[in-house]
Ligand binder design. Structure first.
Ligand SMILES: [Fe+2]
Ligand SMILES: [Fe+2]
Length: 159
């Protein structure tokens, strides 16, 4: 069953810049929900995929820099999960580029909601107790990568 997601304080990892990224991910998931609800739109899906690629590049850089600053002991396992996300996206992009794959929006939606529940809510939460050891974790996160573009209309990301 597909549903809209809403970010709440209960999802906070304790660093505003990282929470902002996670809110962005939820907006992307909701865009996919709208695609599914409105019917297929190949161009829309392509821009969602481009946006996710950028999302991963910037968000993971921010998060990995914070984990490093906090000396989080699970950082290398965490980084491997981020790499898995990037690999999955790349495989999906290739599969979608080689033919008509009407299931892509649904599959991506399922993957991202799983990612939200298993990576964000469990793996990201694991570093939360460590970020307090960093003087200004939010500044570390912000300085690690530029902010995400406003993705509401998905128009700011070029292929
Ligand atoms: Fe994250
Ligand atoms: Fe993460």
């Amino acid at each position: 069953m597909m549903a809209q997601f809403h970010w709440t304080e209960a999802m906070s990892v304790g660093v505003e810049a990282l929470d902002a990224d996670h809110r962005c991910l939820i907006r992307i998931i909701n865009l996919l929900y709208n695609v599914e609800a409105a019917g297929r739109d190949a161009e829309h899906i392509q821009s969602v995929l481009e946006t996710l690629k950028l999302y991963g590049r910037l968000h993971f850089k921010r998060e990995e820099r914070v984990m490093q600053a906090a000396r989080f002991p699970g950082a290398s396992i965490h980084r491997a999960e981020h790499q898995g996300f990037a690999r999955y996206l790349e495989a999906l992009r290739k599969r979608y580029a080689t033919g008509d794959d009407p299931e892509v929006a649904r599959e991506l939606y399922d993957y991202l909601t799983g990612w939200l529940c298993h990576h964000v809510m469990i793996q990201d939460f694991a570093y939360k107790p460590y970020v307090n050891t960093v003087g200004d974790a939010n500044a570390v996160a912000r300085n690690a990568a530029p902010p995400l573009p406003n993705i509401a209309g998905l128009t700011l990301v070029s292929a």
